[in-house]
Design a protein around this ligand. Structure first.
Ligand SMILES: Nc1ncnc2c1ncn2[C@@H]1O[C@H](COP(=O)(O)OP(=O)(O)O)[C@@H](O)[C@H]1O
Ligand SMILES: [Mg+2]
Length: 374
């Protein structure tokens, strides 16, 4: 899946801009506060209908506008072309995928698989389990579309059961216990199988960046694993009624990254943590390529804040190899490093929310001058 033309309207300081990205790597540079992260944010919104850095979409919409729009002409792996668009006004969102209107986020997620790496990505391993569940679920969903139905049924059963627990309607809980146990178990099995598939790919990728032995992921289902979920729910009933919510289930699921059987986040450096997260995310991308011959759009915001020179160059080599579309930002051209071996790329300069393509000959000369000057 490739974005051929991007139209951004009222996203932060970008009022109205159109540009034609490369199907390969797009390098975007510009001063602080010029609008680089806003471009990344706009593309992220196109694939997820939410921001990666703001909880409320209201703050993302340009001050003088009441809604934002991001649209793109796309090319699918089979060569077919189509349209993708999303419109958000802070309360509602609607998307258009090839003339079909949808208010379902999952439709966007499958139409435009995208992966983001930004300065707070390390939180995947450092913060609470919510991000890790989302990480797993995004991966499972892009691996097997059947997952979504089970996941929706599980979510529905959970919210119905929680509503009954809050109002202490014990009589009807049984029905939802069964639904929750069935779909919760399916969701958890999907996650477990996905984790098992991800591990070897992850190990291969982390090997490019770090020399770590005995590394692995431990999947956590979200309930006492010596029991079936149905049993755990039955045994929890008194406690669940007392607190008014369900204690056991995939909504408590998680995974841990272990090195020599110790929790990695407790002892690795911040730099290593970033590389572990980067490799986990690239492993998800690689798994989609391996299993479905589909590509993922990769967004990397603040390239040099994320990685040192050597690892930046390793990452570029990797992106160059896997032939996917990427958007990478930095404040200066030379932060991207040596680009002579990059097969397919474009360079864009951003200034006060305006995006201009810089011709290859210009940025090569400019990069050389900047490198030479430093
Ligand atoms: N809702 C908004 N409307 C207009 N401008 C905004 C809005 N939110 C943020 N900005 C401005 O957009 C500019 C670009 O921000 P950003 O994309 O984060 O810059 P960069 O990543 O290039 O440093 C900043 O000057 C910021 O103050
Ligand atoms: Mg930024």
């Amino acid at each position: 899946m490739t974005l051929l033309k991007l139209d951004i309207y009222a996203v932060r300081n970008i009022q109205k801009q159109s540009f034609l990205p490369s199907p390969g790597i797009n390098f975007i540079y510009g001063d602080n506060a010029s609008g680089k992260s806003s471009i990344i944010e706009a593309i992220f919104i196109l694939g997820r209908a939410k921001s990666f850095r703001a909880t409320s979409i209201k703050s993302v919409i340009h001050f003088e506008h009441s809604e934002l729009i991001v649209a793109s002409q796309i090319e699918l792996a089979n060569g077919n072309r189509g349209q993708l668009g999303v419109q958000m006004d802070g309360k509602h969102f609607s998307s258009r995928i090839n003339q079909q209107t949808s208010t379902n986020r999952a439709d966007l997620v499958s139409a435009l698989p995208l992966q983001i790496i930004h300065p707070k990505s390390y939180e995947l391993l450092d913060a609470g389990p919510q991000l890790r569940r989302e990480f797993l679920d995004w991966g499972v969903f892009n691996n097997d579309e059947q997952f979504l139905l089970a996941w929706r049924n599980f979510k529905k059963a959970l919210s119905q059961r929680n509503a009954l627990l809050k109002t202490k309607q014990v009589r009807h809980i049984n029905v939802w216990d069964k639904e929750l146990a069935v779909y919760g178990t399916i969701v958890s099995e999907y996650r477990q199988q996905y984790t098992d598939k991800l591990v070897p790919v992850f190990k291969q990728i982390i090997g490019k960046f770090l020399d770590l032995e005995n590394i692995g992921l431990r999947f956590i289902s979200g309930w006492d694993e010596s029991k079936l979920l149905e049993q755990a729910l039955a045994e929890d009933l008194d406690r669940d009624l007392r607190y008014g919510f369900t204690h056991s289930g995939p909504h408590r699921g998680d995974f841990q990254l272990l090195i020599n059987n110790r929790l990695a986040k407790d002892f690795v450096s911040r730099g290593q943590l970033k590389l572990l997260v980067l490799s986990l995310k690239l492993a998800q991308v690689q798994l989609i390529i391996n299993e479905q011959q589909r590509s993922t759009c990769i967004l990397i915001d603040d390239f040099s804040a994320e990685l040192d020179v050597t690892n930046r160059s390793k990452l570029l080599d990797y992106l160059n190899l896997i032939d996917c579309q990427a958007f990478i930002t930095a404040t200066e051209v030379d932060e991207f490093g040596d680009l002579t071996n990059i097969k397919n790329s474009k360079m864009f300069h951003v200034k006060h929310g305006t995006i201009d393509q810089v011709q290859c000959s210009t940025w090569n000369t400019q990069a050389k001058q900047e490198i030479g000057a430093s």
